[in-house]
Design a protein around this ligand. Sequence first.
Ligand SMILES: Cc1cc2nc3c(=O)[nH]c(=O)nc-3n(C[C@H](O)[C@H](O)[C@H](O)COP(=O)(O)OP(=O)(O)OC[C@H]3O[C@@H](n4cnc5c(N)ncnc54)[C@H](O)[C@@H]3O)c2cc1C
Length: 473
Amino acid sequence: MTRYDALVIGTGPGGAVTARALAEAGARVLAVEEGHWTEPGTVAPFSMDQMRRQYRNAGLTVAFGRPSVAYTEGMGVGGGSEVNSGLYHRPSRTLLDGWSRHWSIDGLTTGDLRPLSEAIEDEIGVRTLPWPMPASSQVLARGAEALGWRGFEVPRWADCREVDGQRIVEKQTMSVAYWPKAIAAGAELREGTRAVRLQLARGRARAAILEDVGTGALSRVAFDDVFVCAGAIHTPALLQRSGLGRNVGGNLSVHPTVKVTAEFDHVVNDPSDVPVYQVKEFGSRLSFGGSASRPALLALALSENWHEFREAMNRWPNLFVYYAAIQSAGRGRVRAVPGFRDPLVTYRITGDDHRLLQNGLARLMHLLRTAGATALYPSFRNAPKVTAPAGIARAAAAMSPSKSSLMTVHLCGTAPMGEDRRKCAVDSFGRLHTAPNVFVNDASMLPEAPGINPQGTVMAVAARNVAHYLSTR
Ligand SMILES: Cc1cc2nc3c(=O)[nH]c(=O)nc-3n(C[C@H](O)[C@H](O)[C@H](O)COP(=O)(O)OP(=O)(O)OC[C@H]3O[C@@H](n4cnc5c(N)ncnc54)[C@H](O)[C@@H]3O)c2cc1C
């Protein structure tokens, strides 16, 4: 049996950063990915085809609760980076200082992360658009400006250029920017391979049981160290299946999001555009932005009151979906269930969360009205159509917890890092407190959903952890 210096489980931003750094340092690395490799540029972004090929369970997954929160995860080489919007934020001093204090994390200042963030930004080409923002984003900017609210164009990791009058956008996903370099440095990558569990002996992980997803055949691989980077849902599930469940799986933290479709008297919807403007007037606790709004996704947003709302689909080019996202005080739990492939995921929205969502929905509708929306279609069960300012407060108040339809794409916190062993699963640099050669290096280790799009933070912290690992070996 081949023995590896390091096994990396999962190939999203956390796994890609980890495997590449290890391979470039000369380690013998095997990376396994349950999903498949999709050749960059061969699937239309935010299409049904993409949902089928690059999302887990075609995007249909739910954290049960009252209300439940639907969530989506990328699945395939590159993980979420392949399907996401590519919106980049650098973690702020306030965020890192707060985490360091509350979770007793060493070495997580902006000074520690800045050089790593800068290198990543350079690598994946983080920049704003070289042409005007899409109409759907200009709407938000106009509304924010009129109200005096703070907002800005969020830079993306995308190579955008104009060739012969044609706009070309090449997102710098992990399969574009990291995996080719990791493989060139010697990392071995096995797609369609699921890590079932780790085998332990004398307190250390010695091997992993792998499953060929196509045939179901099981195999065993041995390693010195293992980096679990299977994302905030599957990292805790794998650790629990391996008997490493201490402080693992609780503390799931997400950005619950409520949506509203806005109609304008002019065209705002170009299905190939990605909304880039975010309103941050209310700090990290409440933000507004645009969602992917291809016709099928528009129909989904309108489906909460399809009977009343469906005729709006006839004017779909004038429609766009916007969201209000909150930093939630609630928490969830991931539990591996014997005999089942997917874990059971639950989430508890608190009363304060619900009030903030209602408040966010009302403010977002106010913003969109100010920006010229002629009709608003909130996304909760049996929501009313809003055509006048007076209807806004009434509509937001009608969104009870049992009627709300929440979703999230930002999942964090299920193996939180820090030195407090009573609540942290891993130490300040990702090493499991209960097994010295098991590391977590993905969104699971962030102590909470950061109030910004998280991939930039996941990558910077993962780069820091793997550098620390290499320096102490
Ligand atoms: C639709 C969408 C839009 C988003 N938009 C943005 C955005 O604009 N900006 C931003 O910053 N963030 C965005 N995000 C979030 C961002 O993509 C995630 O925070 C990030 O991908 C998390 O990285 P990760 O390495 O923790 O896990 P993931 O990216 O989830 O990668 C984990 C990988 O592990 C694999 N895996 C799981 N279990 C196993 C197993 N047992 N064996 C082998 N492999 C396994 C999975 O298939 C997956 O490919 C978005 C996410 C989604 C889904």
